[in-house]
Design a protein around this ligand. Sequence first.
Ligand code: PMP
Length: 386
Amino acid sequence: MIYLDYAATTPVDKRVSERIHQVLTTEFANPSSVYQAGKHQKHQLNQARNQLKQLLNAVDYDAYFTSGATESNNWAILSQAMKARSLNLGNHIVATAVEHPSVNSVLAYLETQGFEVTYLAPKKERFSAEQFIQASRKETIGWVAMWVNNELGTRLPIEAIGAAAREYVHWFHVDAVQALGYSMVDLSTIAVTSLSGSGHKFYAPKGIGFLLYQPWNPALTLSPLLHGGGQESGLRSGTENVPYILGMVHALELTKESDWQHSQDLSDYLFERLNALKIPYQRNGKDTVPYIISLYFSDLLASQLLIQLDLAGIAVSAGSACSAGSLEVSHVLKAYYPNEEARHHQTIRISLGRDTTKADINALVETINELQERKQTLWHSQQKQL
Ligand code: PMP
């Protein structure tokens, strides 16, 4: 398989799986056990927690391990919204209209619970802190924005939005899932109250993630979603998945700035090849990261392209893989390009990773080109018959 869908998930790095295997087989004690082996695991867990904070320059934050970003997003948003309302601070939230379902479904749920949510659409393909400020009023409690959009690869101005959030609202949640792994996330330079991440987007396994939390208002403490044995300072019960936690933190440690340059080189190469073959396309989004590339082909349907690429053994996505195998029109494309129906149906997402090669890009471009040529031949023969 030629895998060009790293934004959906990444393979587990061999060094990470070796670390996990070691913990699974030889250091398997429960970190809550009071004997030495248990205490050793507790120590490893706390070390991993500190290392995570250091890697993200978030030493003043609390770090909690979760089952992934879906849980972290649910937990942070529900908790802060409910707590702020119980303190009579308000019931209005401002969020972008292009969040992942693990965020926008939580917001939709909050709307059923009496909260009001304003969803911001991009202006000229960009979001700004100004939009958040203008949508806010006295009863606005919090803002929500993702760092990098998972479908288009657009980078949101989190630094500016965070700085404004500190002035205007009580909390600011950031879904950083698609930004982690490229030394981009540095919490010493941005203002957020909560930030979520997911291991399987940076070469760790699925089913492990984290939430960083630091309230601006000390009364806005987190409330647990899961009640039980009191793990994670009583806020996230359930025996800790130490093998995956240690694996995930090791995976984050292994991420390199050069991964960004690698994607940049391959992305440049992709555009060079598409241009050389005169394949008509447009890249969706502005201020994009190099590793997520959303392409609109003016002559090709995404559904046809996906089938053709799949037959050639090439894995790419139409919208977000997380909307579970459906080819429903993406809410992200709709928000960015409200009046361009063709674009909604003719866009694919290519996402690059550490193991992507120029040969992978060549195979992709050749398959797209074949389909393009076949369509043109068919079109010419139909014209002749008319
Ligand atoms: N947010 C974004 C931006 C994502 O891309 C994803 C995964 N596709 C998630 C949240 C959910 O993460 P997880 O799979 O760990 O629940």
